[in-house]
Design a protein around this ligand. Structure first.
Ligand SMILES: NC(=O)c1ccc[n+]([C@@H]2O[C@H](COP(=O)([O-])OP(=O)(O)OC[C@H]3O[C@@H](n4cnc5c(N)ncnc54)[C@H](OP(=O)(O)O)[C@@H]3O)[C@@H](O)[C@H]2O)c1
Length: 159
């Protein structure tokens, strides 16, 4: 399983239920990597998408304990076991914080967008640079969006 996440310098990923920042090139990068693969997300992350609707071109596998939650165009799972029974190996975990936490150990590759800034935040991703279970295998050249530097770093699980 893979995961994809955008973090700031402190590995912060969100505030007040939304993303820290939207970088158009990063959204394209996210789309290019995930299209054609199932995406796994929590119910709260769905609300951050345009119109609160599932992403197109990808099976959307959503975790929610609410039995009445049934968004059109998505499959909803009440727990991790039900999700894992259905999720193929090429799935991408796309957040949020609780779902990354729950599934990090199942992921072999992490596609991390590193944004060179520090934002006020209320949720974080584990710092993979400090985790001996992960190594960096690829790093893009630095890029910039309206003066905001960012880059793509790929990590692979080594144990
Ligand atoms: N920077 C990034 O790359 C990135 C990516 C995605 C999200 N985010 C940010 O992350 C934040 C949201 O994260 P979050 O942790 O608050 O919410 P979340 O993980 O998106 O969703 C949490 C919800 O998912 C369901 N859920 C989670 N684990 C479950 C389990 N084991 N079994 C059944 N249902 C489960 C529950 O839904 P019910 O309450 O319906 O039961 C829970 O309330 C936002 O700020 C968002 O913008 C950042």
């Amino acid at each position: 399983m893979n995961l994809i996440v955008a973090v700031d310098r402190n590995w912060a990923i969100g505030k007040g239920g939304d993303q820290l920042v939207y970088i158009p090139a990063d959204l394209k990068h996210f789309k290019a990597l995930t299209t054609g693969h199932p995406v796994i997300l929590g119910r709260k992350t769905l609300t951050t998408f345009p119109g609160g609707k599932p992403l197109k071109g990808r099976p959307n596998l959503i975790l929610s304990r609410n039995p009445d939650f049934a968004p059109e165009g998505a499959e909803v799972f009440p727990d991790l076991d039900a999700l894992l029974a259905r999720a193929p190996e090429d799935s991408f975990v796309i957040g949020g914080a609780s779902v990354y936490r729950a599934l990090l150990d199942r992921c072999g590759t992490a596609y991390v967008t590193k944004i060179e800034a520090e934002y006020p935040a209320d949720c974080w991703f584990p710092n993979l640079d400090e985790d001996p279970a992960w190594e960096t295998v690829e790093e893009s050249e630095p890029m910039e969006h309206e003066g905001l530097p960012f880059r793509y770093v790929t990590y692979r699980r080594i144990k």
